[in-house]
Every structure is written in structure tokens, then in C-alpha cells.
Design a protein around this ligand. Structure first.
Ligand code: HEM
Length: 469
């Protein structure tokens, strides 16, 4: 008898639970049922479909596309969002920044990278901050200052890898972070970079997360990482101003701006957020492209041989200690092709976020003001019409293509937000590859598992055995 009562209660609560779930899902659908919106589902109140988006990633987006087409609505990362997978519409959105669309990164990114980070500001302030950014990363700066530093860094960072087994993912991450800290703050690898490294990793994990500030969440940890890095930066900038020594890093160039009233002046908070944005934007993209290039080259010996020939020819024409010059870099045709093909095949950047500043019409649908748009570019990279045999690593395809005339070349974004670190990133990867392939041979021991979403990573590392050539 008692068992029967318990079972009835259990049954009652299961049914109630199911009904509540259905009611909540329905309520969330009705809430966002505005006339003219694209089709799609909105998931749970507050959480929406964030969990499916982050865990199923590419498959979730593919399934929704199969059901609803290339433009569909969803609710992710705390906001109602339109996902756009149509190449022409994506290009249109990139090119129409400021005309109904602005950058609209998730709340988590806004909170963790700061309200003044370049990806969060619009209009004249964005233009001015890009101007400041270009002073730091333009081709003349790379040719005359940064390249020598990058060469010196790669040469020494690499020097003791022979006869070891290492995780190339970990090494390229360390490399990109240390190099960014050197370029931005003039820091040499040491005690301070060791303190900053874990804080930086927390910050990265929190950038794409549900903005719930509870202990243990990625968002909470990311926010803590931000606070610690900021308090370090405040002290660092204070000391720089107090001692007035000259340095050859990006911070120095930013502070020297203050002495020239004809230049656009940015506040301290804007300086901190710009520094953070540069550190972040160059870190993950450069490290992941470098790691994936090592992987693809190992899997494709012909491409590795061709790349080695290019770099050996450059090295053989100079002394062992001579640095790579701008002309050397410009002559690395096959290396450029390897970098583009690696970025395409692994889709280092899956998509970018925009936000509507007014009601907008897209493909006959009405997108309400304030909605996020996830401009998902991944599928363009595997379009067989643009890239025959798209799942094959074939750097040679880029030798025949002029990227400027490529209709959907969006690996570095497009329009007025196109990556200002594009050339710098490529130089860093090219110099990394130069020293890596001329010095070492390697074999992959473990690491065939590569996750592609929300970021490209080897969850168990990419373990290689290295020897001197
Ligand atoms: C392989 C390397 C890189 C790739 C694939 C890459 C990709 C991108 C993409 C796709 C965007 C466009 C984002 C958008 O439209 O919202 C972007 C923007 C940006 N990138 Fe890069 N990037 C790379 C390297 C770098 C480096 C080395 C730096 C810093 C020195 C950098 C700094 C930035 C900044 C500051 C922005 C924001 C620009 C703005 O909002 O106006 N990137 N990057």
C-alpha cells in the first residue's frame, strides 16, 4: 500500500515536471513570436539553447539549418539571436557595420574584455581606436621594429625542443602569450609572466560563457582573471609614467601619444581595455593556427617538404644567426598558402557577433532592434564551389588564388572591423614555422582528437616527439 502511494506521488511529480517543462518551452516560444521573424526555436527561459550551442556546436547549427534554412532564430549566451549561415548575407552584414549593424559580442565578452575594448565600441570612437591600433601593428612597424623582436623570440623560444616529447598545443599557447606580453608590455618571460599566465587562461575561458556570476562558473573565473590582470596593468602603467624611461613596446607607443596633443587621446580605462583586447585577439588565433599547421604538415609530407624547401633556401642564403627580414617574409609564398589553408580547414574563427541598432530586414525577415546576429562563416570554408575537394589540406590552391579577388575571403573578417593584426599574426606564424621546420623533425604521438567548437582545440593536447634535423 505504502509503495503504491509513493509510486503515485512520484508519477504525479514526474507528470508535473514534464508539464512545467513543456509550459516553459512554450512560453519562451510565444514570448519571441513576433511577426516577420525568421523560424527557429528559443529553448528555455534565460538559458535558451546555450547548452546545445556550446556542447553540440557545429551539429546544433547544422541541424537547425536543415530544419529552418540559412537564417534562423535561437536564444544563446543570454540573448535572442539570429544565426546567419548565408554567404551573401554574411558579407552584407560585414560590409554594413554602422548602417543598422554594429559589433554585438555576448555580455560575457563585454564584461570580461571591458566596455572600452575595441570590439565593443562603435562609430567615431571605434575609428579612433583602430587608428591607434594601426599605429602599433602597421606594416612599417612590423618591418622596422616588430619583426626583429619576433625573430629573436622564436629563435630562443624554440632552441631547446630537440629530443623531447612535448604538447605542441601547450607550447604554441605559451609562445603566443609570451610573445604578446613582450610586444605589448615589453615583458621578458619570467616570474611575472608566470603569474599572469593562469589569470589569462581564466579570462579566455570566461569570454564565451553564460553570464552567470556564481563561484565555479567560467564567467566568474574569467571576471576574476580580468580583475587581477587589470590591477597588474594599473600598477605597470603607473610605474612606466613615474620612471619615464623609453621602451620599445606597444604600451610605450600608446603613452607617447599623450605627449602629442594632435593625436587622438584615449583615457586610462580605454588604454587598459585596448591592451587586453590586443593580448586576447592575437593570442588564441596565432597559437591555434600554429598548432594546426604543425598537425596538417605532419599529415601531409609533400606540403611539409615544399615548405622546408622554401625555408631552407632562405636560411641557406644567410648566416645561422641572421634574422628573417621583411623581404624574406614577403618571399614566403608557400608559407602564406600553408597559413591560409590551415585557417580555412580548421576554421580558426567560426563566426563573429553583430547587433541590430534598428529594425532590419534580411532576406524578407524582420530582425528587431537590439537582437544579436551570429555571422557564422565556418560553412563558407567548406563550400566545394569555392574550394574544390574542401576537406583536403591543399595549400597549393592558394597559389592559384588571389585572396583580394576571392569573393568570400572572410578568414580575417571584413569591412571596417577587418582584423588589424592580420599581417602581424601571419608574420608571427611564418617565423615560428621557419625555425620549427628548419631545425626539427617530428612525429605525432597522440592528439588526433581536435574539437572545432566553440574554439579549435586538442582537448588532450597534441603530443609530438621532436628531434634535431
Ligand atoms: C591568425 C591570426 C588572426 C586571425 C585568424 C584573426 C581573425 C580576426 C577576425 C575574423 C576579426 C574580425 C572580428 C569581427 O569582425 O568582429 C579580427 C578582429 C580583430 N583582431 Fe584579429 N586575427 C588574427 C590575429 C590578430 C593579432 C595578432 C592581433 C593583435 C595584434 C589581432 C587583433 C584584432 C583586433 C584588435 C580585432 C578587433 C577589430 C575591430 O573590432 O575593429 N588579431 N581578427
Amino acid at each position: 500500500m505504502v509503495v503504491l502511494v509513493v509510486l503515485s506521488w512520484l508519477f504525479f511529480w514526474v507528470v508535473m515536471g514534464c508539464l512545467s517543462c513543456v509550459a516553459m518551452l512554450k512560453w519562451n516560444e510565444v514570448r519571441y513570436r513576433k511577426k516577420g521573424l525568421p523560424p527557429g526555436t528559443m529553448g528555455w527561459p534565460l538559458f535558451g539553447e546555450t547548452s546545445e550551442f556550446l556542447t553540440l556546436g557545429i551539429d546544433f547549427l547544422k541541424n537547425q539549418k536543415a530544419r529552418y534554412g540559412s537564417l534562423f532564430k535561437t536564444h544563446i549566451l543570454g540573448c535572442p539571436t539570429i544565426v546567419c549561415m548565408d554567404p551573401d548575407l554574411n558579407k552584407f552584414i560585414f560590409l554594413n557595420e554602422g548602417k543598422g549593424f554594429v559589433a554585438g559580442y555576448p555580455q560575457s565578452m563585454f564584461d570580461i574584455l571591458g566596455e572600452w575594448n575595441i570590439a565593443a565600441v562603435h562609430g567615431p570612437l571605434h575609428k579612433a581606436m583602430r587608428g591607434v591600433m594601426f599605429q602599433l601593428t602597421n606594416n612599417n612597424m612590423i618591418r622596422d621594429h616588430l619583426l626583429l623582436d619576433i625573430d629573436h623570440f622564436m629563435r630562443t623560444h624554440h632552441s631547446n625542443w630537440a629530443n623531447s616529447v612535448l604538447d605542441i598545443q601547450e607550447m604554441t599557447k605559451k609562445m603566443a602569450l609570451l610573445l604578446a606580453l613582450k610586444q605589448v608590455l615589453g615583458m621578458q618571460p619570467g616570474q611575472m609572466t608566470k603569474v599572469l599566465e593562469p589569470e589569462f587562461h581564466k579570462l579566455i575561458e570566461g569570454i564565451i560563457s553564460l553570464p552567470i556570476n556564481l563561484p565555479g562558473t567560467n564567467y566568474h573565473k574569467g571576471f576574476q582573471g580580468r580583475q587581477r590582470i587589470l590591477s597588474f596593468l594599473r600598477k605597470f602603467v603607473e610605474d612606466r609614467r613615474a620612471f619615464k624611461e623609453t621602451h620599445t613596446d606597444m604600451l610605450d607607443a600608446l603613452l607617447r601619444n599623450e605627449e602629442d596633443p594632435s593625436k587622438f587621446q584615449i583615457s586610462d580605462d580605454q588604454i587598459f581595455d585596448l591592451l587586453l583586447a590586443i593580448l586576447y585577439a592575437g593570442y588564441e588565433t596565432v597559437s591555434t593556427t600554429s598548432m594546426m599547421a604543425v598537425k596538417y604538415l605532419y599529415d601531409h609530407p609533400k606540403a611539409l617538404q615544399k615548405l622546408r624547401e622554401e625555408h631552407s633556401a632562405i636560411r641557406n642564403a644567410k648566416g645561422p644567426d641572421d634574422p628573417i627580414t621583411w623581404d624574406d617574409y614577403k618571399s614566403m609564398e608557400f608559407t602564406h598558402a600553408v597559413i591560409y589553408e590551415t585557417m580555412r580547414l580548421s576554421t580558426i574563427v567560426n563566426g563573429v557577433f553583430r547587433k541590430t541598432t534598428q529594425d532590419m530586414e534580411l532576406n524578407g525577415y524582420l530582425i528587431p532592434k537590439g537582437w544579436k546576429i551570429y555571422v557564422y562563416v565556418r560553412e563558407i570554408n567548406y563550400d566545394p564551389l569555392l574550394y574544390p575537394d574542401p576537406f583536403t589540406f591543399n595549400p597549393w590552391r592558394w597559389l592559384e588564388e588571389n585572396t583580394d579577388s576571392h569573393r568570400y575571403f572572410l578568414l580575417f573578417g571584413g569591412g571596417i572591423r577587418q582584423c588589424p593584426g592580420k599581417e602581424l599574426g601571419k608574420v608571427e606564424i611564418a617565423v615560428f614555422l621557419h625555425y620549427f621546420v628548419t631545425r626539427y623533425g617530428w612525429e605525432e604521438i597522440d592528439g588526433n582528437k581536435i574539437l572545432k567548437f566553440p574554439r579549435v582545440e586538442a582537448p588532450n593536447g597534441l603530443i609530438i616527439r621532436i628531434w634535431e634535423r
